[in-house]
Design a protein around this ligand. Structure first.
Ligand code: HEC
Length: 381
C-alpha cells in the first residue's frame, strides 16, 4: 500500500526573500484574475502595451484588509496605475530582496503568506504593490512578464475558483487564499511557494525548469474530505466538552464523554459520508482501538497527517492530535488531575492509560476512512 505523509499545515519560513518577483508575485498572485495574459496574448504583458491605460491615475486599491474574490464580483472597479511606476516598484523590491522576509503556511484549504521588511520604504512598497497589481488584474491591464510562468497561467485561469484576502501589517502585507476546489488549493499553494523561491533565487527562478505537480483529483478530494471531517469532529467534541465542563465541572464531563464521544463521531461520519474516530497508543477507552489498517502505521507514531490507499477504493487518513493546556485536567500527569476527576476516571475507565501527558505531546490521532469511488470529481482543467 502506498503511504504518504505530509502535514496538513506546513510552514516554509524563508529568510531572505526578494524581489522583483516578490513584487510581481505577491501582487499578481494575490490578485490572480483572468486576463488576456493568462491565455495567449503575449503583448499584453509587455511594457509597451501600457499606453492604453496611462492617464487613468492611481487609485486607492481595494483598501486595507478588504477581501476580493468571487463574492466581490468581477469588474474593472479599481483604478489602474502607471505601468512604469509599478514596474519601478517591482524592480526596487527585487534589488532589495535580501531585506524582505516571507513565510508561507499551507492550509488544508489554501495558503497564507506574510511578506515584510524592516525597511520602511520597502514595507510601504509591499503594501502598495498588492492593491496595485490587483487593480491591474481586475482592470485587465498589462501584467508583468513573469506571469507566463505555468503557475501563474493556471492560477489566473482559475481566478474565479478561489478567494483572497489581504491585510496590511506594520511592516508589510499578509495574504490569505482559500478554495473549495482541491486542484485550485494545490495551485494557490504552488503559487505561494513559487513566490518564496523567486524571492530566494531571484531571476534564475523565473526560467528554472518547472512543471505543475501531477494531480490526482479523486485522491485530493478524498483527502480534503478527511480533513473536513477531522475539523468538524474536533469542533463538535470541543464545544460539547466545554459546555458540560462549564455547567457541571470536569468530573461530570467524564460520564458525558463516555456516552457521547462515539455518537458525535458517528454523526459527523454520517453527515459527510465517511467513517471517523479517535485512537491512541495509550488508550482511555479500549473501544477506541485503531482500525486494523492503522495499526502498523501507529507504531511509527506519525506526527504529520498520513494518508494511505486501502482496498476497495478507500483512502485512510491518520491525523495527529496534540495535547493542549485544557486537556491536562483529564490527560495530564496523575498528581495534577483534580481528585474528583481521578475518581470519575477510575469509575468509568478502570483500564485508563491516557494520563501523564504534557502540553504539546502527541496524544493520539483522528482516523478517517473515505470512499474514493464517491469522492467528488470536477471537469477538465
Ligand atoms: C473532561 C475530561 C477530558 C478532557 C478535558 C479531555 N478529555 Fe480526552 N478523553 C476523555 C474521556 C472520558 C475519553 C474517553 C472517551 C470515550 O469513551 O470514547 C477521552 C478520550 C480521548 C481520546 C481518544 C483515545 C482514547 O484514549 O480513548 C483522545 C485522542 C483524547 N481524549 C484527546 C484529548 C485532547 C487532545 C483533549 C484536549 C483538547 C482532551 N482529550 C480533553 C476525557 C477528557
Amino acid at each position: 500500500m502506498a503511504i504518504e505523509t505530509g502535514s496538513a499545515m506546513r510552514c516554509f519560513p524563508i529568510g531572505d526573500l526578494s524581489g522583483l518577483i516578490l513584487g510581481l508575485l505577491l501582487g499578481l498572485t494575490v490578485c490572480g484574475q483572468p486576463s488576456a495574459a493568462a491565455d495567449d496574448d503575449a503583448t499584453e504583458t509587455s511594457p509597451a502595451a501600457q499606453e492604453h491605460e496611462s492617464g487613468r491615475g492611481r487609485g486607492p486599491g481595494m483598501g486595507r484588509g478588504m477581501g476580493r474574490g468571487f463574492q466581490g464580483g468581477r469588474g474593472p472597479g479599481a483604478k489602474v496605475g502607471n505601468f512604469q511606476a509599478d514596474m519601478r516598484t517591482i524592480h526596487a523590491m527585487f534589488d532589495n530582496r535580501d531585506k524582505i522576509r516571507r513565510s508561507v503556511m499551507l492550509l488544508p484549504d489554501g495558503a497564507e503568506s506574510l511578506t515584510e521588511s524592516d525597511d520602511e520604504e520597502l514595507a510601504a512598497m509591499l503594501k502598495d504593490h498588492v492593491p496595485n497589481m490587483d487593480a491591474r488584474v481586475l482592470g485587465n491591464a498589462p501584467l508583468p512578464p513573469m506571469t507566463f510562468h505555468p503557475v501563474f497561467v493556471a492560477l489566473i485561469k482559475h481566478a474565479d475558483d478561489y478567494t483572497l484576502d489581504y491585510e496590511e501589517t506594520d511592516k508589510g502585507v499578509k495574504v490569505t487564499y482559500q478554495s473549495d476546489d482541491p486542484y485550485v488549493v494545490m495551485l494557490v499553494q504552488e503559487h505561494a511557494k513559487l513566490v518564496s523561491r523567486f524571492l530566494q533565487n531571484g531571476h534564475d527562478e523565473i526560467h528554472a525548469d518547472y512543471e505543475l505537480p501531477e494531480f490526482d483529483e479523486v485522491t485530493a478530494a478524498a483527502k480534503a474530505k478527511a480533513l473536513k471531517a477531522r475539523g468538524m469532529l474536533f469542533t463538535t467534541l470541543s464545544s460539547r466538552l466545554g459546555e458540560v465542563i462549564k455547567a457541571k465541572g470536569p468530573a461530570a464531563a467524564i460520564e458525558v464523554c463516555s456516552k457521547e464521544a462515539h455518537v458525535l463521531a458517528e454523526n459527523v461520519g454520517e453527515q459527510l459520508g465517511v467513517r471517523i474516530g479517535r485512537t491512541a497508543l495509550k488508550l482511555r477507552n479500549p473501544a477506541n482501538a485503531s482500525p486494523a489498517w492503522a495499526e502498523p502505521l501507529l507504531s511509527a507514531t506519525p506526527s504529520v497527517a498520513t494518508f494511505v490507499d486501502l482496498p476497495h477504493n478507500q483512502l485512510g487518513a491518520l491525523l495527529p492530535i496534540r495535547l493542549k493546556e485544557a486537556c491536562t485536567t483529564c490527560h495530564g500527569p496523575v498528581d495534577t488531575i483534580p481528585p474528583d476527576v481521578r475518581e470519575a476516571l477510575t469509575a468509568w475507565y478502570p483500564d485508563d492509560e491516557a494520563t501523564g501527558f504534557q502540553v504539546g505531546d502527541l496524544r493520539g490521532w483522528f482516523w478517517v476512512e473515505v470512499d474514493t469511488a464517491v469522492a467528488t470529481t470536477q471537469g477538465g482543467r
